[in-house]
Design a protein around this ligand. Structure first.
Ligand SMILES: Cc1cc2nc3c(=O)[nH]c(=O)nc-3n(C[C@H](O)[C@H](O)[C@H](O)COP(=O)(O)OP(=O)(O)OC[C@H]3O[C@@H](n4cnc5c(N)ncnc54)[C@H](O)[C@@H]3O)c2cc1C
Length: 465
């Protein structure tokens, strides 16, 4: 039976969701992912309404030997949630969230976004550590780690994962928690989408909000070197309730920023304190006392508003993106010089270099405690090329790669695999980033996905039989 006959006769009648394929009217909408540079044409998109649909989709792909892409929120910069000529297992209709306020736990389906999760958890004054843009899917984010405003107080998203239901490559459902299939839970904490399709995640939640204190300071680029040195010193001793960024970029034409700085290099310090806003204001004072900002937009804010702070900078579909990252062993003066120069040389005003403050709860688990690996770096550098014009693709990607290469002497060697570029040098990235955990991950890959069905990701190859 051909794949098309099988879709009509066997797959479609067994689904609660539906199969989208050319020439369906919604095919183009269903195949689009967040990064406007990605334009792939899958043969079939299974819009799953539940675990049973995921099982059917996995079995169908296996029967027909189709490449499989798994879609949570569709936000991976590499476009790994879609593929050419294969099957997309699309969990985006699966958006259920259930909070257990007494136990401080949350169950969320595989297509939930950060915004969905926040919306439900804040009703109970709770939050799960997630990323900083609310349309991002919790699935890809958690499986790759998950860094956000709560990282230094409560760790990565994956550190807060306590159980999961996974459809493995043989079409079975495996439930994992601290007692069942513990190895699989370990692997899901940072090992990416290599082990199966996660239909449901259970997280630990923490009391946060509804108000928090948020620092947002914009400084002239001319003082960038001095500012970054001061940020380095401040970051080393800052309380763990604070998670901060220093961002090198170019000022937009925003009325909060004096007009003479529009389009010019600037440095932003953005930081959230997750406790009582009055304590937060005092704790963030030393960061606000650095230099003389051209705009200080700090103040108490609803946690939900902080979570949305970056949203409008990252529109889906219309912009083009290429993001890499590197863990930094420190922030020495020579590295600061490189970052300042390369920000000034950026071919797009929308691009940014983000110095994420790490440490605190993020750093506590040892390298082998989770698949995620080594956490000793005090900073992560996010290299974000963001632009609009397809004619600028080459220049913008080259700039990001140039930054990536130029900072190499100052890194730990590992990348954050949720910012994987276009996965072009992914074997090296996987080796250097998983480090001592790679052999164990390869064994688990052999156990749960020996044929490497789930390979459109930072791929862990199964250990030989
Ligand atoms: C605007 C924006 C902001 C971001 N901000 C942050 C941030 O603050 N912190 C941070 O840590 N990261 C951040 N990221 C990176 C983000 O963590 C990754 O892009 C992540 O892959 C997004 O998850 P997704 O479900 O939306 O991805 P998708 O593109 O849907 O999936 C990416 C990959 O994850 C796997 N996957 C997805 N769903 C499942 C599932 N249900 N089961 C098994 N595997 C699955 C698959 O391998 C898939 O290829 C950001 C990304 C964007 C675009």
């Amino acid at each position: 039976m051909t794949a098309i006959q099988d879709v009509t006769q066997r797959l479609a009648p067994r689904l609660r969701g539906r199969v989208v394929r050319p020439p369906d009217a919604d095919y183009d909408r269903a195949r689009a992912v967040w990064n406007g540079m990605i334009d792939r044409r899958p043969a079939f998109i299974v819009r799953c309404e539940g675990t049973s649909d995921v099982i059917e989709a996995v079995r169908f792909a296996r029967r027909h030997g189709l490449p499989v892409a798994v879609r949570g929120g569709g936000h991976n910069v590499a476009g790994s949630a879609t593929c050419d000529d294969g099957l997309v297992i699309d969990l985006s209709p699966m958006r259920g969230v259930h909070v257990n306020p007494a136990a401080r736990t949350v169950r969320a389906e595989g297509g939930v976004t950060i915004g969905d999760l926040d919306h439900e958890t804040q009703v109970f004054g709770l939050a799960v550590p997630m990323g900083v843009v609310t349309e991002t899917g919790i699935a890809g984010l958690t499986l790759g780690g998950g860094l956000g405003w709560l990282r230094r107080e409560y760790g990565l998203s994956c550190d807060n994962l306590i159980s999961a239901d996974v459809v493995t490559a043989d079409g079975r459902v495996v439930s994992t928690d601290s007692e069942r299939h513990r190895d699989l839970l370990w692997a899901l904490r940072g090992g990416g989408g290599n082990f199966g399709v996660v239909t449901s995640f259970e997280f630990r939640a923490h009391p946060v909000g509804p108000q928090v204190y948020f620092a947002n300071l914009i400084h002239p680029g001319a003082q960038a070197r001095r500012l970054l040195r001061a940020y380095r010193e401040w970051a080393a001793d800052a309380p763990e309730e604070i998670s901060a960024f220093a961002i090198l970029w170019h000022a937009p034409a925003d009325e909060a920023i004096p007009a003479e700085h529009h389009g010019r290099p600037v440095v932003t310090f953005a930081a959230m304190h997750s406790g009582d806003p009055a304590h937060g204001e005092a704790a963030l004072r030393p960061l606000r006392d650095i230099g003389s900002p051209i705009a200080d937009l700090s103040g108490p804010k609803p946690y939900l508003e902080v979570q949305r702070f970056f949203d409008e900078d990252y529109p889906a579909h219309v912009m083009r993106y290429y993001w890499k990252s590197r863990y930094l062993g420190g922030l020495p003066d020579e590295l600061i010089d490189v970052l300042v120069e390369l920000n000034e040389a950026s071919p797009s005003p929308h691009s940014t270099l983000d110095v994420w403050q790490l440490g605190g709860a993020f750093a506590r688990p040892g390298p082998q405690a989770t698949a995620f690996g080594d956490r000793s770096a005090p900073f992560l550098l996010g290299i974000e090329a963001n632009w609009e014009d397809p004619e600028r693709d080459g220049a913008c990607i080259r700039w990001a790669r140039r930054v990536y290469d130029a900072v190499a002497p100052f890194t730990t060697g590992a990348d954050y695999l949720n910012f994987p570029g276009l996965l072009e040098d992914h074997d090296r990235m996987v080796r250097d980033s998983f480090g001592v955990n790679l052999a164990r991950l390869a064994e688990l890959k052999r156990r749960y996905d020996p044929g490497n069905l789930f390979r459109l990701n930072p791929n862990i190859r199964p250990a030989p039989q």
